[in-house]
Design a protein around this ligand. Sequence first.
Ligand code: FDA
Length: 395
Amino acid sequence: MPSTDIDVLIVGAGAAGMMAAIEAGRRGRRVRIIDHARAPGDKIRISGGGRCNFTNLGCGPHAFLGENPRFATSALKRFTQHDFIKRVDQAGIAWHEKTLGQLFCDDSAKLIIRMLTDQMREAGAVLSLGTSVDRLSREGEGFQVALSDGSSLRCASLILATGGKSIPKMGATGWAYDTARALGLRVTETRPALVPLTFEAGLLERLKPLAGVSVEAVVSHGKTKFAEGLLFTHRGLSGPSVLQISSYWREGETISVAMAPGVEVFAQLKAMKAGNGRQAAHTALGQIVPKRLAEVLVEQEEAVGNLADLSDRALRRLDQAVNGWSVKPVGSEGYRTAEVTLGGVATDQLDQQTMAATRIPGLYVIGEAVDITGWLGGYNFQWAWSSGWAAGQVA
Ligand code: FDA
């Protein structure tokens, strides 16, 4: 079959790929964007509980991890959260700030996908779903690509935009990493991030009654800390603060948890003891943390009984259990539930202004496939929009 000539082939019609397609199409480039899924932007659709936390007002390189998080600065500055908000406004999509600068659609994440697909169509980009790459090779200054639909094409620019490995059930693959490697780019170690952490069987058994209990916590790992919700699960810990810290934590390390941050637990218990020493310790502690948590902690610290019967040492042990809990998770729930993949195509292989591979003319890597990973809270989409936009200006 003869091969068609196009300017830009984008593999992956997710957040980053669609943004690149819009921008390259608007420059008059002949753009084809393919995805093996049946619909574009599946992760956008399910994100933010169906409302898509599409950016964060406080977006900046401080909120990203990777070998060199500052790599993200240029793209984030050239296409900012405010630029994306302008597009959302122009499309008439209503949004609100939920918390911590996180912006969500009022209605449905599908509106963001519709905005992107409409703009791709207007820009003349051709979307092919249910399509993947069978074979690919460099040819002169460009690439020769055989697609799974039996067609083949030649393109001057190839953009790898297939994202990370998180949620394989949704069709996530390591294709961008494998392809980048095969083409000679370095790829850093990848691991699940923004993911619930798990406990060993003994600890799990002890904390079993707490499954479903949530608190506003401060969770720390070294100097990094996040003050957000924490949720006890049947496997260990989840909730925003734990997902955030999971990106920093490594096997064998401990995390510290304060479950009533800012509260002087010892002082409060002591005052309660002075006021009414006949109340049970778990009742008193239950005024500071959720009742079920209070019961488990009182039992664990062998502080059962009335406050009047408890020594200062016992009250301090409760204080420590609430606000100085040091715990060693055994692992994480893995790519099955991780929101993102940490690691990816090494940033020292790419140009920070354009996302172009510095030593392979015509090759670009954008979005989650790059070794740039954001905090929870709209940062990962902003990276996808910004890096996709940057590549779309030049590809
Ligand atoms: P993305 O994963 O979006 O797109 C990659 C595309 O490539 C997919 O359409 C896929 O089908 C396709 N593909 C994969 N392999 C292929 C292959 N071999 N051949 C062809 N196509 C292939 N972030 C955020 O900022 N706010 C939020 O609210 C959320 N919420 C959220 C919820 C959940 C459950 C998850 C899993 C993730 C989030 N995220 C998030 C993270 C966010 O979804 C993610 O960082 C971006 O979607 C990354 O955009 P990309 O375009 O790089 O990849």
